[in-house]
Ligand binder design. Structure first.
Ligand SMILES: C[S@@+](CC[C@H](N)C(=O)[O-])C[C@H]1O[C@@H](n2cnc3c(N)ncnc32)[C@H](O)[C@@H]1O
Length: 206
């Protein structure tokens, strides 16, 4: 299902600011190594991010989260357990991808339990839309993957269609977390009998 938005009267009178020109982050410098980069988009309270980082010490993990209190808590937990392969940024996911991540550089992007924006008038705020997937595709390395999970059936159906119909990304096996990798929200939803809908897509190797 393609989402179309009606142009608002006067929209053409509003000038857009030019995109800020920022040098992309140099992760080899940030982490001090050339390990692959994986991103947890909307990392929340960090249960998945920290479990994954512990399990794969030779992978670099970036958690992007717009709530400052969550970022600080996860950073404290990471420091306590000497998790050297995690970095966090308090920001909007699209802004970071657009401005600070090099093209063809992400091995895996995890999008677990993103805000479902259930009201119809808020659907345009949902993360999974064709324009966002175009941006993600540009940033994924060849063969790179996006793993998505949600408990929300309506969002799941729309996201599945959008992911499956993408021009370049192709469906691949969904990510199945081990018990310690289940996210904080996944545990909460499961306790209420709500289970994950999982979809994954992959960028072709060439
Ligand atoms: C429902 S929670 C899920 C958190 C975590 N992935 C989990 O499953 O436990 C969604 C999280 O994404 C964050 N978030 C939503 N939209 C975001 C955006 N555009 N940029 C960064 N973080 C975002 C919210 O602040 C929230 O912490």
């Amino acid at each position: 299902m393609t989402q179309t938005t009606k142009p608002q009267p006067g929209a053409d009178l509003i000038l857009s600011l030019p995109a800020p020109v920022l040098p992309p982050w140099n992760f080899a410098h940030i982490f001090g190594n050339h390990h692959p980069l994986e991103i947890d988009a909307g990392s929340g309270k960090g249960r998945f991010l920290l479990a994954r980082a512990k399990k794969y010490p030779n992978t670099n993990f970036l958690g992007i989260e717009r709530q400052n209190n969550r970022i600080k808590k996860v950073a404290r937990k990471a420091a306590r357990v000497h998790c050297h392969n995690v970095r966090l940024v308090k920001a909007d996911i699209s802004f970071i991808l657009q401005n600070l991540i090099r093209d063809n550089s992400i091995r895996t992007l995890y999008i677990f339990y993103p805000d479902p924006w259930p009201k119809r008038r808020h659907h345009k705020r949902r993360l999974i839309q064709t324009a966002f997937l175009d941006l993600v595709c540009q940033k994924l390395q060849p063969g790179g993957k996006v793993h998505f999970a949600t408990d929300h059936t309506d969002y799941a159906a729309v996201a599945k269609t959008c992911m499956e119909n993408h021009d370049t990304l192709t469906p691949c096996d969904p990510f199945m977390p081990s018990p310690e990798e289940k996210t904080d929200f996944e545990l909460i939803f499961e306790a209420h009998g709500l289970y994950a809908n999982r979809f994954s897509v992959q960028k072709p190797f060439d």
